[in-house]
Design a protein around this ligand. Structure first.
Ligand code: DMJ
Length: 580
């Protein structure tokens, strides 16, 4: 299916003479340029060798080529990603249209509520827009208008409904009013639905402390404590609703959404936890943390992600979030950063019993959001080269970028070591635990054999749910560093997804049971974030930078792009307590 491009600015037509800003592609033979030709040949060979990495003395001469715009080279790659999205979407549309879950092997759908919540369709709206799939988009919009109602007596997870449904609707509203080819200023359907849903979710915030209950009934608007963990909410869930609620407040000028979201952050920060690291449960009655376990994987992850993203959303006008992010990032490096034994891979360990107690050398794939978040934190969405020229650039930011690169490599290693080329849900590391600071450690190596000695995959952790975190970070790292290695790794991951997650008859893609085996045993489920996040980030990784520039948008944790505010309409409204 060939459809037009969506870009903020159209690329200038390729010039066929050797003048103007594209003269670098018009190299003519000259004996004086022989070293350049050799480098070019090395680049061409290296580009196609699996595992090739630019390094050593060649690095400098090759850096010239890194700056060359290669979007035309990647055009066919992104079309392949789009093709995979279309196959996945068509399979869903044919066998499970309107259902919340899709099982691509049995070709059935199932619901999360009797009337459905729009799980697949709403989560995919903005990907349809970004890929310019206009026919599919009109069908989705029609379903939304005629079939979707949130007036249902149904308990839902507060966080999931916020990041996927509210985030999906708000992003669709934003893109439908700003993307050339898609924009239609009179279409308020997405915003109308978003307001209706948010007003139903508000009941979740009616706890004694202001920390949202884990669930809410969208019919009665009553908040409901979790059935497990003594009624505590997950920390990440309570603190990953802010971008969505604040954008809605900004759009509607209704401060209620802003205040509810900010109150959560105020309660959380009032504890001034040591080095900015939080236990993974918080109670809605008391606002106190439960248990001591600290991790950046499940139940902890997006608290840290939304600190820096809340700062970026208001374009730096709320410095409290920059402060909280820097404090937490320093805490992560002090207490959680660990090194593998054979290859010095840097990874983020867990603290099952809290700070200063033994670490667990386990890292969820979910943690792979971190390198991308560090990169956009250090540069505020600019390229590294641009950011380095600014007065605020310093050695700390330089070191953060180095950390982002190392963690990115570890996430890539989690894919590269398996026979399928896909990451397990959880990896365990053979690791040092001597607390040596990262600055004193040598850089990690690139030898896959040593990686294999360091990475352990347990049978119960070997599944793959088509998760996005690594390709999300690859996209952000590529935008920030311009280093084509991230596109290359992304392409290898995409090919592994294509090969092993496609179902037997070619009609759809599915989750996997065990990435260590080939042929790779499959599960019968396609997650909505395959469409909303994984394929969107891969598509953007191979797209020109002008499509959704990071200086203009911030992605919510479900990959829904929202605008960064040029001027804020509301303020944080609270101040940090002094640490005790
Ligand atoms: C998504 O729903 C979001 O990215 C969330 O933050 C974490 N889990 C899934 C994807 O893995």
């Amino acid at each position: 299916m060939v459809r037009g491009e969506i870009r903020r600015e159209q690329k200038p037509a390729q010039q066929d003479n050797c003048s103007g800003h594209r003269r670098y592609i018009c190299l003519r033979w000259s004996w004086g340029l022989i070293p350049l030709y050799i480098s070019l040949a090395a680049l061409a060979v290296g580009w196609y060798l699996p595992g090739f990495q630019f390094k050593g003395p060649l690095e400098n001469s090759l850096s010239f080529f890194r700056s060359v715009d290669k979007d035309s080279y990647w055009e066919s790659h992104r079309e392949e990603v789009k093709g995979t999205f279309i196959i996945s979407w068509n399979a869903y549309a044919k066998h499970a249209w309107g259902h919340d879950r899709f099982h691509p092997i049995s070709k059935t759908g199932s619901q999360m509520s009797p009337d459905g919540l729009g799980w697949m369709i709403v989560d995919s709206l903005d990907t349809l827009m970004i890929m310019n799939l206009t026919t599919e988009l009109s069908e989705a919009r029609e379903w939304l208008q005629n079939e979707l109602t949130y007036d249902q007596d149904q308990d839902v997870n507060t966080f999931e409904m916020t990041i996927r449904m509210l985030g999906g609707l708000l992003s669709a509203h934003y893109l439908s009013t700003s993307l050339p080819g898609i924009s239609s200023h009179n279409d308020h359907i997405y915003l109308t639905k978003a307001i209706d849903l948010a007003d139903r979710l508000l009941g979740a915030y009616e706890s004694k402390s202001g920390i949202p209950f884990a669930s809410v009934n969208i019919g009665t608007k009553e908040g409901l404590p979790s059935h497990a963990d003594g009624g505590a909410s997950s920390t990440a869930e309570a603190t990953t609703v802010q971008l969505e609620m604040k954008y809605l407040a900004h759009l509607t000028r209704n401060g209620i959404y802003w205040r509810k979201a900010e109150r959560v952050m105020e309660v959380i920060d009032s504890h001034r936890m040591q080095d900015g690291l939080l236990p993974i449960f918080v109670h809605p009655d008391t606002g106190n943390f439960h248990y001591q376990e600290i991790r950046l994987g499940s139940r902890g992850d997006s608290y840290y992600e939304y600190l820096i993203k809340q700062y970026l959303q208001t374009s730096g006008q709320e410095p409290v979030y920059r402060e909280m992010w820097e404090e937490a990032l320093a805490g992560i490096q002090k207490h959680l950063l660990a090194f593998s034994k054979h290859s010095n891979l840097q990874f983020i360990a867990e603290l099952p019993r809290g700070i200063d107690r033994p670490r667990s050398h386990k890292m969820d794939h979910l943690v792979c959001f971190l390198p991308g978040s560090i990169a956009i934190g250090a540069t505020e969405g600019r390229t590294e080269a641009e950011a380095r020229k600014l007065p605020g650039w310093n050695s700390q930011k330089e070191q953060q970028m180095q950390l982002a690169r190392e963690l990115m490599k570890t996430c890539w290693a989690m894919y590269a070591v398996t026979d399928s080329g896909l990451s397990p849900e959880i990896a365990w590391f053979n690791a040092h635990d001597d607390g040596i600071l990262s600055s004193r450690r040598p850089k990690s190596g690139d030898d896959k054999a040593s990686w294999k000695k360091d990475l352990i995959i347990k049978p119960l952790d070997a599944h793959n749910l088509q998760r996005p975190e690594t390709v999300e970070s690859l996209f952000l790292m590529y935008r920030v560093t311009n280093d084509p290695i991230y596109r290359k790794w992304g392409w290898e991951i995409f090919q592994a997804f294509q090969k092993h997650t496609i179902v037997g008859d070619g009609e759809g893609y599915t989750s996997l049971q065990d990435v260590t085996k080939v042929p790779t045993p499959q599960r019968d489920n396609m997650e909505s974030f395959w469409l909303a996040e994984t394929l969107k980030y891969l598509y953007l990784l191979f797209s020109p930078k002008e499509l959704l520039p990071l200086t203009e948008v911030v992605f919510n944790t479900e990959a829904h792009p929202l605008p960064r505010f040029k001027q804020t309409r509301f303020q944080t409204g609270w101040k940090r307590r002094r640490p005790s």
